[in-house]
Each structure stands twice: as C-alpha cells, then as structure tokens.
Write a protein that binds this ligand. Structure first.
Ligand SMILES: [Fe+2]
Ligand SMILES: [Fe+2]
Ligand SMILES: [Fe+2]
Length: 294
C-alpha cells in the first residue's frame, strides 16, 4: 500500500480518536466529581495516547496529522444513555481498526493498530459496565443554564484552551527541533489541564461547558509556529489577567490567576525556543534558499 493511502487511513483513525476524547470529556464534565467521571476521564486519556501515537506515525510517514474532529454522538438526556452511546462509539472504532489492520501491510503500523484495538475492546467493556453503574447509582447531569459573564468567560477560556491544545500538538508533530517538540507537547498537556479546570468549574457552578475550538495555527516552519504560539500566549495571559480582576468569587479568581501564571511561563518558554531557533538558523551559516523571500 502506498504511503499516502496509509496516511489517509491513519488520519481517519486520528479524527475518530479526537471525537472520542471530546465526547468522553464532555460526559465527565457533565457528571461532575466522583469515581465514574474519573474513570471516564481515564478512558479519554487512553484515547489521547492513541491520538498521539497515530499523529507521530503520520508525521514519520511524511504526512500532516489532521485537525478535523470525527463523528461524535452527544445525544441522549440521561447518563445511562450516554454510556450506551459510548459503547456504540467504541464498536465503530473496533470495526474500523479491524478493517484498517487488514488493509495496511506495513508491519509496524499494523502492530500499532492492534495495540490500539485491544484498548478499544477493553473500553467497550468498561462503558457497558458504566451503563449499569449509571442506572444503579442514579447518575445525573449536573449542568445548568447559567449564562452570565462568568459563564461567558469560562466558555471563552475553554475555547481558547482547546484551540491551543490542538495547535501545540500539531506544532510538536511537525517541528524538526527536538527541544521545541518536547516543550510544545508539555505545554499542550498543561493547556489540557486548563481546559479541564475551566470546564469543571463551569459545570460545577451551574453552567454548561461548550467544548469547541477556533482555527489553530498550522505553520510547519518552527520559527513561524513559535511566533504564532507567542502571539496567542501574550493575548490570553492578558485576557486571564483582566478576567481575574473582574470576578467576585475568590476561588475563581485564584483559578484564573493560576492559569494566567502558567500562560506567562509559556511565553518565557516559547521566547527562549524562538531565540534558539533563530540564532541556530543564523549560525547554520550560508544562505538557506528555502527561507529566503520572507
Ligand atoms: Fe482510541
Ligand atoms: Fe492555557
Ligand atoms: Fe498557554
């Protein structure tokens, strides 16, 4: 099978993992604190690992990881219904991994998909169990209709954090700079934490998290990536600072300040990386015709 065809199939799998992550996280936020939300989040973390493996494989094959989100099923009003939808999502994933394992002849890629498939089979069993557990424990949707300025701020933050998670991951897969790759991945994980904190805060205070994103930067040249990342960090550090001064609730203020300080740290990290990248490029000497004409 041609490389481009393998990349195409892996990108379909990647999109489905992306959809599963958001579907499961949204359920966990909606259920709120407790054992079951934690277990659902653990499944979402498995899917994040799958996404990471697939994206790295796609990049190693010379492709670009897709940022599209696959099908989600957010239907249903009651928690047992949601868990049933998750069983269905896992069944869909199992079918397509089996199909792709048959189609792809590259042994390394096949092995990776086998490993993911085993996880999906375990997840299906887990969600089947969660259907019963949710019924037995009378699990409820804790979200409310809160739509004031606080809810707006939190949903703004969620949208931002989701966008930069995608952006930094994409940059980490595409950069050839090893230090930048490591830092971008680390900061993406940190933004993922921010997303969780904000969504839990909103759901826990009568709001409804909207887990949507805007367009992530998709530069493929490291200096361009870092410039885009710095720009967005500077904007949001300021926005979090402003928001922290406007909220009355002390706990929420503390949360926004904590996130703001993380963003300020990201600014420093990206600044250092950009300096090294640009310094390194100059030191490289000679004229790089690929970079001229900027
Ligand atoms: Fe998965
Ligand atoms: Fe953040
Ligand atoms: Fe940040």
């Amino acid at each position: 099978m041609e490389k481009s065809k393998i990349i195409e199939l892996l990108n379909l799998d990647l999109q489905d993992e992306h959809g599963a992550i958001i579907q499961y996280l949204s359920h966990a936020y909606a259920i709120g604190e407790g054992e079951m939300a934690c277990e659902i989040e653990a499944v979402a973390r498995d899917e994040m690992r799958h996404l990471d493996w697939l994206a790295e494989t796609i990049a190693a094959l010379g492709g670009q990881p897709s940022l599209k989100r696959g099908t989600m099923n957010m239907a249903g009003k009651a928690v047992p219904e949601w868990m049933g939808n998750n069983v269905g999502l896992e069944e869909g994933a199992i079918d397509s991994y089996k199909k792709h394992i048959k189609m792809i002849d590259d042994p390394k890629v096949k092995r990776l998909l086998q490993r993911i498939l085993a996880d999906e089979q375990a997840h299906r069993g887990k969600f089947e169990h969660f259907v019963e557990k949710a019924k037995k424990e009378g699990m409820k949707d804790i979200r409310g209709e809160r739509k004031d300025d606080v809810a707006k701020t939190l949903n703004w933050g969620i949208e931002h954090e989701y966008t930069v998670v995608l952006q930094y991951l994409f940059h980490s897969y595409m950069t050839g700079n090893e230090e930048a790759r490591k830092q971008l991945e680390d900061q993406a994980i940190n933004e993922m934490q921010h997303l969780g904190w904000l969504a839990e805060e909103l759901a826990g205070s009568g709001g409804s998290p909207r887990v949507e994103h805007t367009r992530p930067d998709q530069s493929t040249r490291t200096a361009d990536m870092l410039k885009a990342d710095l720009k967005i960090e500077k904007e949001v550090a300021e926005a979090y600072d402003k928001a922290s001064k406007e909220v009355d609730d002390a706990g929420l203020r503390e949360l926004l300040i904590r996130i703001r300080d993380n963003e300020r740290y990201h600014i420093d990290v990206f600044n250092d990386l950009l300096e090294d990248e640009e310094g390194g490029a100059k030191q490289g000497g000679g004229v790089n015709i690929m970079d001229s004409g900027e």
